[in-house]
Design a protein around this ligand. Structure first.
Ligand SMILES: Nc1ncnc2c1ncn2[C@@H]1O[C@H](COP(=O)(O)OP(=O)(O)O)[C@@H](O)[C@H]1O
Ligand SMILES: O=P(O)(O)OC[C@H]1O[C@](O)(COP(=O)(O)O)[C@@H](O)[C@@H]1O
Length: 315
């Protein structure tokens, strides 16, 4: 039977989070400590959905030399592990938490080029886990050597299989998805990614909204534009809302976007109306911000946060 949720992670990562009093570029920085987590966009989405209580299958590529943290995460969360192991290591991305500035500096490595035959072998379980009603999440960068059209082609194939497809990508893969004849059900660019696609700054909310509305008018059912501490815009062809985050202490913003993607996927699976879906997605992010590493505190806590949020209608 097809899984309700399937994620694809072609370029996952181990996130090494290094905590500093203050980041001083060009100087010797003494860290308070460091932690390592299995991560990457699709993996983080799978962890959040599993913590929400959903049945999730994780597909994609993992380096066989350092897959222990991923195996532990899948086992701990009850995620079905259908990731293909390939020779070598999954990349390590560095996250520098600057406590004084309250900011995170991300250093994301390119990842390792997979062997030629690996892509088809990795995609077979994705297709096997997909059927009518599946929500398929394609998230994160592509490793070196994979064509920019990889996600765009998958959107068409998975849609043909009856899935609702959510894409979280940037740069050339995002442009390919947005320019393809078959569009996904939902996309979640952040401001920077949407500006990169539009080829111009989108400083004002009106410009962001107009760009998102143009994409929705072309046939993407939900366009979510995440704006960090300003929250996010959620746009359909029939309406638009902004949800602002609750006042909470931020432990780590790494993975907040992935949590939002998971919330969108959970909302799509239940056919939630725009306002409820937006509050759920923002609540997933808010719940994630209170912890380092992927995941949520559990469904009841997330629902409580969602109940306290307001979706402000936009003209
Ligand atoms: N510093 C922050 N304070 C409050 N909420 C935040 C903060 N950073 C992120 N969020 C929440 O997480 C969501 C996703 O974060 P964002 O940084 O926009 O995504 P991405 O990680 O994809 O760049 C935001 O829409 C917002 O709801
Ligand atoms: O696949 P990319 O674009 O290189 O990003 C990978 C990085 O993004 C993350 O998934 C976090 O993403 P968000 O902060 O946007 O939610 C990290 O875990 C990972 O190191």
């Amino acid at each position: 039977m097809a899984a309700p949720f399937v994620t694809l992670s072609l370029n996952p990562a181990i996130d090494q989070t290094v905590e500093l009093e203050a980041l001083l570029p060009g100087a010797v920085n003494l860290a308070r400590g460091a932690v390592r987590h299995a991560a990457g966009k699709g993996i983080n989405v799978a962890a959040c959905l599993a913590d929400w209580g959903a049945k999730v299958t994780a597909t994609g590529l993992l380096g066989e030399a350092n897959d222990a943290p991923f195996r532990a995460l899948f086992a701990g969360r009850g995620i079905t592990d259908c990731c293909l192991r390939i020779p070598g290591e999954t990349r390590t991305n560095i996250k520098l938490l600057d406590r004084a500035a309250g900011a995170t500096t991300d250093i994301n490595l390119p990842g390792t080029a997979p062997p030629a035959e690996a892509l088809d072998a990795a995609l077979a379980p994705l297709h096997a886990a997909t059927g009518p009603g599946t929500v398929a999440v394609l998230a994160g960068s592509l490793p070196p050597g994979l064509p920019a059209e990889t996600y765009a082609e998958l959107v068409a194939l998975l849609t043909e299989q009856g899935a609702r497809v959510v894409v979280d990508a940037s740069r050339a893969p995002l442009a390919a998805v947005l320019g393809a004849p078959v569009l996904p059900q939902a996309v979640k660019p952040n401001r920077h990614e949407l500006e990169g696609w539009a080829g111009q700054p989108l400083a004002e909310r009106e410009a962001l909204l107009a760009t998102a509305q143009a994409l929705a008018a072309r046939g993407i059912a939900l366009v979510a534009v995440s704006l960090g501490a300003e929250g996010a815009l959620f746009v359909t062809k029939d309406g638009a809302v902004q949800v602002r985050p609750p006042a909470i202490a931020v432990t780590s913003s790494v993975g907040a976007g992935d949590a939002m993607v998971a919330g969108i996927a959970a909302g799509l699976a239940e056919n939630l109306p725009l306002e409820a879906l937006a509050r759920r997605a923002a609540a997933f992010s808010a719940a994630k911000l209170q912890r380092t590493g992927a995941g949520l505190p559990g469904r009841a806590a997330v629902e409580e946060i969602a109940a306290g949020l307001t979706a402000e209608p936009l003209a």
